[in-house]
Ligand binder design. Structure first.
Ligand SMILES: Cc1cc2ncn([C@H]3O[C@H](COP(=O)(O)O)[C@@H](O)[C@H]3O)c2cc1C
Ligand SMILES: O=C(O)c1cccnc1
Length: 364
């Protein structure tokens, strides 16, 4: 609990003064104000995160948390549970979906066994197993409060170590058969939204199993009555070890002033848990794509993180983060490489005054 508390205590807002200065630099670039849209938002946000107007990314990583889910036995997932272990093998030998995208983006993968149901003896998987999968939360809480705290702190520890090694941009990925059920249950516990907005078909489900999945999520939340005001209670009762680990990754990034990219359903549920633990953590998060899981739209409303890519993707693993990395790095080149209004003899201040005068016309 000490590491979690220390991390929460260290989170501060992004630097508004540096953001204003970065906006001025962006507006001085030779272009109509706001015309580079979300690229401007990203560049400004990262300036506020790092407290520097000029930024480059030196090392990027996607943290892939891997864990199994006891609720699998309720028939809520279509693929063999063994895919989680196989995914651990594939992700470290470069053969999962996230690998080719991470390679393209020049990002490393930090693969973590935080709760796979069997021992995995793979040299490139960090063994941080809290337990051999969660319990079936339709019958008993997924894990204890002590275990969920350890899982969140594991995410913090793994991420802090990577930050110490020089990583300065993170993505959040996961592999764990059944984890869309746990994610939907957490989202349902936090929001109480209609079940259709919360539960989707995950990696794929028959109509019958889809109905069952909705029932399981509803029943589990009604059985355990997790306290929506207590994120650790929600994660312990109906969450997953991978979700809790990623919650820790978000908190560590916020505490250490490092940008962190969200991915699909599971990753955004972890983001929501992190911001319920500390609302300011959202200021360090950059959304990537809109997963085609229905819960993704609800998450967008609840977290305020507006996905920038609409790719009809629904794989998880951090795939959307890897795509987003290229856009983030592109955005940082604007201030570095664009010519300015100095070319027509206007100063930074004069341009700022002009923009102020026309503000209403420029929605951004
Ligand atoms: C081959 C395969 C590779 C995956 N990579 C990510 N997922 C994604 O699907 C799983 C969640 O869906 P559900 O809750 O329906 O089991 C997680 O492993 C997630 O990362 C995969 C799923 C499969 C089948
Ligand atoms: O949105 C996701 O991340 C997702 C959706 C389905 C299955 N696995 C992951």
């Amino acid at each position: 609990m000490l590491l979690l508390k220390k991390t929460l205590d260290a989170i501060r807002p992004t630097d508004r003064l540096v953001m204003a200065a970065a906006q001025k630099a962006i507006d001085y670039c030779l272009k109509p104000p706001g015309s580079l849209g979300k690229l401007e938002d990203i560049a400004r946000q990262i300036a506020g995160i790092t407290r520097q107007i000029h930024n480059t990314i030196s090392k990027k990583a996607i943290v892939v948390m891997m864990a199994d889910n006891g609720v699998y036995t309720e028939g809520i997932a279509m693929y063999p549970q063994d895919i989680t272990r196989i995914g651990a093998d594939f992700v470290t030998s470069g053969r999962m979906g996230v690998n080719f995208l991470a390679r393209y983006a020049g990002a490393d993968i930090i693969a973590v066994d935080i709760g796979i149901q069997v021992d995995v003896d793979l040299p490139r998987v960090l063994n941080r197993k809290i337990r051999y999968g969660t319990a079936n939360f339709l019958q008993e809480p997924a894990m204890t409060r002590e275990e969920v705290i350890r899982a969140v702190e594991t995410g913090i520890e793994v991420t802090n170590t990577a930050i110490d090694q020089g990583y300065d941009l993170f993505g959040t990925g996961e592999i764990g058969i059944g984890n869309t059920t746990a994610s939907s249950a957490v989202l349902y516990a936090f929001t109480g939204a209609p079940i259709e907005r919360v539960v989707g078909r995950g990696a794929g489900l028959t109509d019958e199993a889809f109905e069952r999945k909705k029932e399981v999520v509803k029943q589990a939340v009604h059985l355990h009555r997790p306290d929506p005001e207590d994120p650790l209670d929600v994660l312990a009762k109906v969450g997953g070890l991978d979700i809790a680990g990623l919650t820790g990754t978000y908190l560590a990034c916020a505490a250490r002033r490092i940008p962190v990219v969200t991915d699909g359903l599971i990753s955004n549920v972890a983001a929501l848990a992190a911001m319920r633990l500390h609302p300011t953590a959202v200021e360090y998060m950059i959304p990537s794509h809109l997963s085609s899981e229905p819960g993704a739209r609800l998450l967008q409303e609840v977290t305020g993180l507006e996905p920038m890519l609409n790719m009809d993707m629904r794989l998880g693993e951090g795939t959307g983060c890897a795509l987003m990395f290229s856009i983030i790095e592109a955005s940082l080149r604007m201030i570095e490489e664009m010519g300015t209004f100095a070319v027509i003899g206007k100063s930074r201040e004069e341009i700022a005054d002009t923009i102020r005068a026309y503000r209403g016309q420029f929605p951004r």
